[in-house]
Design a binder for this molecule. Structure first.
Ligand code: 9EZ
Length: 542
C-alpha cells in the first residue's frame, strides 16, 4: 500500500513534524496560509490535513474533493471547519481536546487571581507614574467558594488548584455524579442554577450548547450572590456580555474576567471601559506546552486513523476503536452486503429502511452497522459513499431510517434483518456470520435459506413444484454459465406453495439466459444482482 499523505496547513509544533518523519508509512508537506483556489487544490492532494485556527475549511474549499479523508484540528475549536460539508464528503473531523487542559485551567486560575488583586489596573496605574495603594484593595481566595460549571477535564483541574488554595468548590456538570464529586472533594449540585447563589467566584468550562449559551443572562443576574466574580476561559457567550455590563454597573457582579467573547476577534467592548474587568485575547491554549501537546496528539490521531481506521475525538462522526472495528468487521460486511442486495432486489426508489439487530450483534455499535448498510444501499446510486457520510446522504434524500434491537437470539447467535420500502414494493432479507467470517443470507422475503451474499447472484421466485430447479440448471448449462452455489427456500414446510431460489454464478448471466429462465413454467420473478466477491471488503472496511 502507498503512503498516506498529510498536509500541514497551519504551523504546528516541531514535535508533531518529527512524528511524521519517524513514521515510515507517512509522507507530509507543509503548506501554510493557503486560501481560495490554492487551498481547494491543496486539499485534493492530501489524505489528511492538520490545521489550527488559521486556515478556513469551507464547503467551497472541499467542493469536488475526492481524496481527503481526515481533518485534524490541533486544538479544540472547530468553527473554522465546515463539519456538515466534511461529513457529506465522508471526511472525519477530529480535534485534540486533552492537550490544552492544563494551560486552560491555569489561565482560568491566573484570571481569577488577577481579578482578586486588580493586577492589570494596578500595574497600569504604577507604570503611569502613580503609587496608589488605596484604590486596589483586593480579596483573598482562601475560604471563598468557587463554582465550577462544566466539570470535565479542565473544570476538574481548576477545582484541584482551588482546593490547594483552601477554597470550597461547588461543581455542576450533567455527567457528574454526587459520588464522584465527593471523591474529588467538591460539593455536588444537581443544576447549574444552584451554583449561582452559592458562589463568590464562578468559572465555566463547558462546550457551547443550547443549555450553556447565556447560562448567565439578564434574567438570572439577580440570582448571583452579590459581589460575585465571573471567569470565562471556555466559549464566548456562556455569559451574556450585555448582562455582565449591567451586573457590574449595579454592583451585583464585583468582577469579570474573560478570555473568550461572543464575537472574536473582539477589539472593542463596553466591558473594556469598566473597572474590575480583566480580559485576554483567547490565550487559554497559548503556551509552548499546550501547542506541543496538541501537535503530538493531532498527528497521532492521523497516524492511527490511516494505519488502523481508529476514529477518536471526532466532532462529526461516532468514535471507532481498532478493537471494535476488528470485532465488528464481519458484521459490518454483512450489513453492507444486505444493503447492496436489497437496493438491487428492490430496484426502485427507496423511501424507508428498517434494520433489526438480534442477539449478540444488538450489543455492538449498531449505528455503525446501520451506516454500513446505508453504504451498500446507496453505493450504486451515489458516488463516493462511505461509512462516514452514508447515513447523512440517505436522510438528505428523505429516506426514513429505523433501527430496532433485540437481545433475544433467533436461530443464529446474531442476525441482521433489513426491510427496504419504496413505491408499492417492500423487500426484506436477513443475514448472519457463519464461523468467523462467512457472511450468509438466511432469509429472503418470507423464505428461509442459507445462501452466500457475493458475486453474481440470481434470485428467482417460483411455484414450489417439482422440475423447476432442474430446468434452471439445464438452461445455465446450455449457456455455459457455471453454478457455484445454490440455495432453495420455501414459505411453508411442505411443497405446493411458493419458493425462492438463490444461485451464485461464476459469470454474469447473459440477457438470453435470464430470458429463458424467466419463461420457465412456474417461475414468477427473476432478479440478477451483483455483489462484491467473497472476501473482498470495501476500502473503509479494510
Ligand atoms: C451543560 C454542560 C455543563 C455540558 C457539559 C457537556 C454536552 N455538555 N454539556 C450545562 N459535556 C454545564 C451546564
Amino acid at each position: 500500500m502507498g503512503k498516506f499523505r498529510i498536509g500541514v496547513l497551519d504551523s504546528i509544533a516541531p514535535e508533531g513534524i518529527a512524528m511524521m518523519q519517524a513514521e515510515p508509512s507517512c509522507e507530509f508537506e507543509e503548506r501554510i496560509g493557503l486560501k481560495g483556489a490554492e487551498l481547494r487544490a491543496a486539499l485534493n492532494e492530501f489524505d489528511g490535513v492538520i490545521i489550527r485556527s488559521g486556515v478556513k475549511i469551507t464547503a467551497e474549499s472541499l467542493e469536488g474533493n475526492k481524496r481527503l479523508k481526515a481533518i485534524v484540528r490541533a486544538g479544540v475549536g472547530t468553527d473554522n471547519i465546515d463539519k456538515d460539508a466534511s461529513t457529506r464528503l465522508g471526511i472525519v473531523v477530529m480535534n485534540t481536546p486533552a492537550g490544552n487542559t492544563l494551560s486552560t485551567a491555569e489561565h482560568a486560575f491566573a484570571l481569577m487571581m488577577a481579578l482578586s488583586r486588580s493586577i492589570a489596573p494596578a500595574h497600569q496605574s504604577l507604570v503611569n507614574g502613580k503609587w496608589d495603594r488605596k484604590t486596589f484593595m483586593g480579596t483573598q481566595l482562601a475560604d471563598k467558594t468557587l463554582g465550577v460549571i462544566g466539570f470535565g477535564r479542565i473544570g476538574r483541574e481548576v477545582a484541584l488548584r482551588a482546593l490547594a488554595f483552601d477554597m470550597r468548590v461547588v461543581a455542576y456538570d450533567p455527567f457528574l455524579t454526587e459520588e464522584q464529586a465527593t471523591k474529588l472533594g467538591v460539593e455536588y449540585v444537581a443544576t447549574a442554577a444552584e451554583v449561582l447563589p452559592k458562589c463568590d467566584y464562578i468559572t465555566v468550562h463547558t462546550p457551547m450548547t443550547p443549555e450553556t449559551k447565556y447560562l448567565v443572562n439578564r434574567n438570572n443576574l439577580s440570582q448571583l450572590k452579590p459581589g460575585v466574580r465571573l471567569i470565562n476561559c471556555a466559549r464566548g457567550g456562556i455569559y451574556e456580555e450585555a448582562a455582565l455590563v449591567e451586573g457590574l454597573k449595579s454592583g451585583q457582579i464585583a468582577g469579570v474576567a474573560l478570555d473568550v467573547f461572543e464575537e472574536e476577534p473582539c477589539t472593542d467592548s463596553p466591558l473594556f471601559q469598566m473597572n474590575n474587568v480583566v480580559c485576554t485575547p483567547h490565550l487559554g491554549a497559548s503556551t509552548e506546552e499546550a501547542q506541543t501537546q496538541v501537535a503530538i496528539e493531532g498527528i497521532q490521531l492521523l497516524i492511527n486513523f490511516f494505519k488502523t481506521g481508529e476514529i477518536r475525538h471526532s466532532v462529526n462522526v461516532s468514535a471507532l476503536d481498532p478493537k471494535t472495528l476488528d470485532a465488528m468487521r464481519s458484521h459490518l460486511n454483512v450489513a453492507y452486503r444486505l444493503g447492496m442486495l436489497l437496493s438491487q432486489w428492490h430496484g426502485g426508489s427507496v423511501s424507508k429502511c428498517q434494520l433489526t439487530y438480534r442477539g449478540e450483534v444488538a450489543d455492538k455499535d449498531t449505528k455503525l452497522l446501520t451506516s454500513a448498510f446505508c453504504v451498500g444501499l446507496l453505493e450504486r446510486a451515489i458516488s463516493d459513499v462511505n461509512i462516514i457520510n452514508a447515513e447523512m446522504l440517505l436522510r438528505e434524500r428523505g429516506i426514513e431510517l429505523q433501527e430496532f434491537r433485540s437481545r433475544e437470539t433467533s436461530a443464529f447467535s446474531s442476525s441482521i434483518a433489513a426491510v427496504v420500502v419504496g413505491g408499492d414494493r417492500s423487500v426484506n432479507a436477513s443475514g448472519t456470520v457463519f464461523g468467523h467470517n462467512m457472511p450468509r443470507l438466511v432469509t429472503l422475503g418470507d423464505y428461509r435459506l442459507e445462501a452466500y451474499i457475493d458475486g453474481n447472484m440470481l434470485i428467482f421466485t417460483h411455484r414450489d413444484v417439482p422440475g423447476i430447479i432442474g430446468k434452471v440448471g439445464t438452461i445455465f448449462g446450455k449457456h455455459s454459465i457455471n453454478i457455484a452455489q445454490m440455495s432453495v427456500g420455501r414459505d411453508s414446510d411442505h411443497a405446493g406453495g411458493h419458493a425462492i431460489g438463490v444461485l451464485n454464478l461464476d459469470s454474469q448471466p447473459t440477457a438470453a439466459a435470464i430470458k429463458e429462465i424467466s419463461s420457465i413454467e412456474g417461475i414468477e420473478t427473476v432478479h440478477c444482482l451483483t455483489l462484491p466477491l467473497a472476501g473482498s471488503l470495501p476500502t473503509w472496511l479494510q
